[in-house]
Each structure stands twice: as C-alpha cells, then as structure tokens.
Design a protein around this ligand. Structure first.
Ligand SMILES: [Zn+2]
Length: 326
C-alpha cells in the first residue's frame, strides 16, 4: 500500500499515533500484536493522514517474524500466500495457476515454500499479475521471474512505468529493489485465462494511476462466488486532485460490480488484510460447520468498505483542491 517508507528509522513517537492506538501505548504496541487488523489500520491511517511513517509501524513492517502468516485455503481454488500486512493470492486450477502480487524482499522466497506447503508446485504458476508498482506488491517480481521462467508477468502500461520508477528511486539505498523488464500489458476489461482460471483485469487508477484490480470466480463446494481484489486502497501516494477524482471514479465503478444483477461481486479478497478484517474473518473458516455461509462472502461489508473509502477520498479531494488554489 505505501510508497517506500521514508521515515522508517525515525525515533520520535507521534502523539497523534498514540491517541489513535487507543491511549494505551504500551498495551497497544503493534509489535506485540498478532496481526490484528484494528491497530495496524490505525497506524496506516496516521501514515495516510500525515504522510509520515509512524515509527511503530516502520518497526512492525520490518519485523519478519511478526509478518509471518501461515498460508491458508480461502476457497477451494483460492489460497492466501501473503504476509501479515500484504496479500498475495494464488488462484489454482489443474492446468495452471495465477498469482496476484509478488510480495518483496525477504518474503518472496518463503511464499514459494508456502505454495509448496499447500500442495502446489510454483512451476505451475503460468501468470503473475501485479496490482501496482509499489515495492510491497511488485518488489518480488525479479525473484519470481528467476524462479518461474515459464510464468508471464502482467501489469497495466502505467503500472509498469510506475514500478520501474519506484525501483529506480531506491538505487543505492538499503531498501533497494529492482523491477523486471516490461512483459504483458493489461488492457481494461481484459480476461486472462490460465487453465480453468479466468481473471478479468480492470484499470482502477487512484491509489496509483497504474493500479489494476481483478475479478475471478472463487468456488466453495458446489457454489461459485464472484471475488474481487481491489488493487490499491490507500491515499498515501496522492499527487493532486485529479488522482483523487480517479480514485473515486474507480471506487464507484467497483461498487457497481457488486450491484450487477446477473453476476455480482460478493467477496473482497483484499491486497491488505487489515483493511477489511480479513485476518479475523479467515479464523472463522476453521470453525465452519457444513452448511454455514462462507465467512469471506460479504457483499454488504464490501460495499461498506467502498463507501468508507469514498468518504475518505471526498475529504481528501477537498483538501487537494484547496491546496491547489492556495
Ligand atoms: Zn501501494
């Protein structure tokens, strides 16, 4: 979600951060969390509001042990192979798999182990799609390209440009990463087919102007659900009012997909688990009894999340417009 953290090593604690964390700084120290959504979301809100990485959040993001999440089967053909704060989704079929996003740095190689742990061969991944060019989603592309020579990599045209630019900005820094050369370029509404997986790409500019989102089927026993991964959720990389306007238009477009009478999107498989309580909801999968509804199928919750994102974006739009006229 964020751009490369710029204040990762800052040492001062921000009082607003403490207030957002609930007023009990010690008890709410995110380093002691077990990846609970609320404190992480609060710290990211501070990051978005201030443009500065809260030190607690920086430490949390750098703590590899706290980022580790056991991979799990979310649906019969959809598996979570991400870390605590960033998702990666593996959509499987007997004739080949699709991977959404690459993780980064120390987390991409363990993701391949997680895929094996779930019973799949990473070499059967034919397609990697990348939501946008920030390091947390695209940073592992080079490692994956080396490990999966048979896989194609796809982003929007602007996404490829953004990823190259973001990687270039890290040259010579401790957090340096390299982006792969441009491979497939996604067009809006394009459907990619890999084995039995059909994945539809949408250009959803806003979080970055090159952000893509994806729709696909998720199967649960005999039931099919329309799932959607929103490619970018935060307003932390905004460069002006036009970008916020694009973000709002994308949110409205996605909301319409949840209202599609013939085949509505009902399930948000997010790029950041803390953004919609996925971390907690996934625990409900374990205790589910036959006949229980699937805990991740929640069209109302998805619409509420989109509405909340839009409300935040409208506030930000007013602020960006004011900034521009001042
Ligand atoms: Zn991002």
């Amino acid at each position: 979600m964020p751009q490369q953290p710029r204040h990762l090593f800052a040492s001062t604690l921000c009082t607003a951060l403490l207030a957002l964390a609930g007023g009990h700084a010690a008890a709410q120290d995110p380093l002691t969390t077990r990846c609970e959504s609320a404190p992480i979301a609060a710290l990211f809100k501070t990051f978005g509001d201030t443009g500065r990485m809260p030190p607690d959040l920086g430490r949390f993001l750098q703590n590899a042990a706290l980022q580790k999440i056991e991979p799990y089967k979310a649906f019969d053909n959809v598996h979570y192979v991400g870390i605590c704060w960033v998702s990666a989704w593996l959509i499987t079929s007997p004739k080949g798999h699709v991977l959404i996003d690459t993780l980064y740095g120390p987390f991409t190689e363990p993701m391949l182990d997680h895929i094996r742990q779930l019973g799949f061969d990473p070499k059967d991944i034919r397609q990697v799609v990348i939501t946008h060019g920030h390091f947390d989603h695209a940073g592992g592309a080079a490692r994956l390209k080396a490990a999966l020579p048979q896989a194609r990599f796809a982003m929007t045209a602007e996404g490829w440009r953004e990823a190259a630019e973001a990687a270039a900005q890290t040259v010579g820094r401790p957090n340096e990463w390299a982006m792969i050369d441009k491979d497939m370029v996604l067009a809006d509404a394009q459907v990619l087919q890999v084995g039995d997986v059909k994945l539809q790409a949408f250009e959803t500019p806003g979080h970055t102007m090159g952000t893509a989102s994806f729709a696909f089927d998720a199967f649960d026993g005999g039931r099919r659900h329309r799932a959607f991964t929103v490619g970018g959720l935060g307003l932390n990389a905004i460069k002006g009012p036009e970008q916020v306007e694009a973000f709002i238009a994308s949110l409205q477009r996605i909301r319409k997909l949840t209202e599609d009478g013939s085949d509505p999107v009902t399930t948000h498989l997010t790029t950041h688990a803390f953004s919609n309580g996925l971390t907690e909801a996934k625990e409900l999968i374990k205790g589910r009894k036959p006949g229980d509804p699937h805990p991740l199928v929640d069209p109302k919750g998805f619409r509420e999340q989109l509405d909340a994102l839009q409300a935040g974006a409208e506030k930000r739009l007013a602020a960006e417009r004011a900034k521009k006229t001042n």
